[in-house]
Write a protein that binds this ligand. Structure first.
Ligand code: NAD
Length: 269
């Protein structure tokens, strides 16, 4: 584990999707920043490994198997956290899934699954976390959206719709709960080198397009999203709510033209 920073000292946090990728990096980062972490994933064995790694290196983590699309699981996730750790300060609703395809190719079951795992989970997380945070005098909810929620990315239409929903759900939640000291923000990652993305990038054409799209010239690391999440979780971001923080190596800012050609006549260049 990285050196403890104290940024999240004494905070009780939940990270969903903590068995892999961005969630795993965030659980480790939150613990390194001093938080107690409930590491949640549908793949319980994965979060047991992640929690062991955190505890072995001096942090505090509890693994929990749960399906974040299921109301009973999410209610139990919050109750377990409050029961074992005395309250809740931070919920990072990060678990997500994708089904590739156009509207014609995708099934209604695909749509329902993606919307349940990506959007219903965020609603359920807030539904059960808000009362626990209110008891504590406030808190921070962070939801993982995507740059796919800002663009009309083709090839995964349910996913794009679900991530746009996460961004506006985040705004609406922030409006309702700001008066209770509960901040709600989203993060929109660019292409981040997590296990599913690494598999996608085995296709050289996909890798080339993705590298070219990020002005920084490389893909992001899970730890770079974890750093943004830690900031939003912390009191350092105390005046930030209802926002979606784009962490994308310059992808969204970049024009499809890249740099414009020099308009001056050749003799004047
Ligand atoms: N990697 C990227 O480039 C990228 C970009 C933008 C947004 N995102 C979003 O970031 C989040 C994390 O993605 P990742 O790339 O780290 O993927 P990942 O597959 O490495 O991790 C996702 C984790 O979520 C868990 N999960 C899936 N469904 C679940 C459920 N119903 N209940 C509980 N856990 C569940 C999985 O088991 C997995 O461990 C997702 O919301 C994803 O949409 C990722």
């Amino acid at each position: 584990m990285a050196e403890r920073t104290g940024l999240l000292e004494n905070k009780v946090t939940i990270v969903t999707g903590a068995g892999s990728g961005i969630g795993e990096a965030s659980a480790k980062r939150f613990a390194a920043d001093g938080a107690a972490v409930v590491a949640v994933d549908i793949r319980e064995a994965k979060v047991q490994e992640v929690a062991s790694a955190i505890n072995d290196s001096g942090g505090h983590a509890i693994p929990l198997g749960a399906n974040v699309a299921e109301p009973a699981d999410v209610e139990a996730m919050i109750a377990e956290t409050v029961g074992q750790l005395g309250g809740l300060d931070v919920l990072f609703s990060n678990a997500g899934t994708i089904r590739p395809g156009t509207a014609e190719e995708l099934s209604v079951e695909d749509w329902d699954l993606v919307m349940a795992v990506n959007v219903r989970s965020v609603f359920l997380g807030a539904k059960y976390a808000v009362p626990a945070m209110r008891d504590r005098g406030g808190g921070s909810i962070i939801n993982t959206a995507s740059i796919s929620g800002l663009h009309g990315d083709g090839g995964a239409v349910c996913y794009a719709a679900s991530k746009a929903a996460v961004i506006n759900l985040t705004r609406a939640l922030s409006t309702d709960h700001a008066g209770e000291g509960i901040r709600v923000n989203a993060i929109c990652p660019g292409t981040i080198q997590t296990p599913p993305v690494k598999r996608m990038m085995e296709n050289p054409a996909a890798l080339e397009v993705n590298l070219a799209a990020h002005s920084i010239g490389r893909l992001g690391l899970p730890e770079e999203i974890a750093a943004a999440a830690a900031w939003l979780a912390s009191d350092e971001s105390s005046f930030v709510t209802g926002e979606h923080l784009v962490v994308d190596g310059g992808l969204r800012a970049r024009s499809p033209l890249g740099r414009l050609a020099d308009p001056r006549p050749p003799s004047k260049r």
